[in-house]
Design a protein around this ligand. Structure first.
Ligand SMILES: [Ca+2]
Ligand SMILES: [Ca+2]
Ligand SMILES: [Ca+2]
Ligand SMILES: [Ca+2]
Length: 254
């Protein structure tokens, strides 16, 4: 990438860059990836985990599906709430603040303090597992490398990668703590819409998704149903899986 192009597209503002500007070329790069993600690759520090790899303990070749790649990139953009191209502690803190303020919870409110603790737990997990160079920020490369390595463990032989399993449990617990406003183990449509707003997901999309998730139509999701949807988002290779749209609708590559 030329310096002029880097100056133009590498400043990590929210915006879109054509695939041809990305260097080095990445075979599956979605055409809609934002320039903040582009920067990660333009600085030339990426050990890019492309395509299939041999399973670490068997000769089976496992591959990360296009759908999983798209979901991981979508999730990275969603979690990087301030759009500076990296996930950091403050990204989660800002969402916690927005949701607590919306609910009218003061700084000392019991539920708010609980969410702050859950946020710290989540960040400690992420710093330990995903922030490979320990600089306090998770780049897209670190994010993808962690997940790609985890997905290359064959679950039929070894079960879900232990690091991923731990990360998923902590992440799902954090999101459930944020969603279940009164801690009664149930998530309402209002909870889910507020959660969506904090992550810039439209109210219409959130309501539509909630009605899909609420299969028995009682206006409530149990926390264990929510955890299953979150795990399905991360793990499922089925394009029809409901969990795929738990964090908003995005374009799949056919
Ligand atoms: Ca960020
Ligand atoms: Ca890092
Ligand atoms: Ca509740
Ligand atoms: Ca229900």
């Amino acid at each position: 990438m030329s310096l002029a192009l880097r100056e133009r597209f590498g400043s990590c503002v929210r915006g879109w860059v054509p695939t041809r500007f990305i260097s080095p070329p990445v075979s599956f790069w979605p055409p809609s990836l934002c320039s903040s993600c582009c920067r990660t690759f333009c600085v030339g520090t990426v050990d890019w985990p492309i395509g299939s790899r041999k399973n670490r303990r068997s000769n089976l070749s496992t591959e990360v599906s296009e759908l999983q790649k798209e979901k991981l990139i979508h999730m990275f953009g969603l979690l990087d709430i301030d759009g500076n191209g990296v996930i950091e502690y403050d990204d989660f803190r800002m969402v916690v603040d927005v949701m607590c303020d919306e609910r009218g919870w003061s700084r000392g409110h019991r539920r708010r303090l609980g969410l702050v603790r859950a946020n710290k737990r989540l960040w400690n997990m992420m710093a330990g597992k995903l922030d490979a160079d320990g600089d306090g920020e998770i780049t897209l490369a670190e994010w993808l490398t962690f997940h790609f390595n985890a997905f290359c463990v064959d679950p039929d032989i070894e079960g879900i990668d232990r690091n991923l399993s731990y990360a998923l449990n902590v992440t799902a617990k954090f999101f459930c703590d944020m969603l279940d406003s009164d801690g009664d183990g149930q998530v309402t449509e209002k909870d889910y819409v507020l959660f969506g707003e904090a992550y810039q997901i439209s109210e219409a999309d959130s309501r539509e998704a909630f009605h899909l998730f609420d299969t028995n139509n009682d206006g409530i999701l149990q926390v264990n149903e929510v955890e299953d949807l979150i795990k399905e988002f991360y793990l499922s290779e089925d394009e029809q899986a409901l969990g795929n749209v738990f964090f908003g609708v995005f374009d799949f590559v056919d």
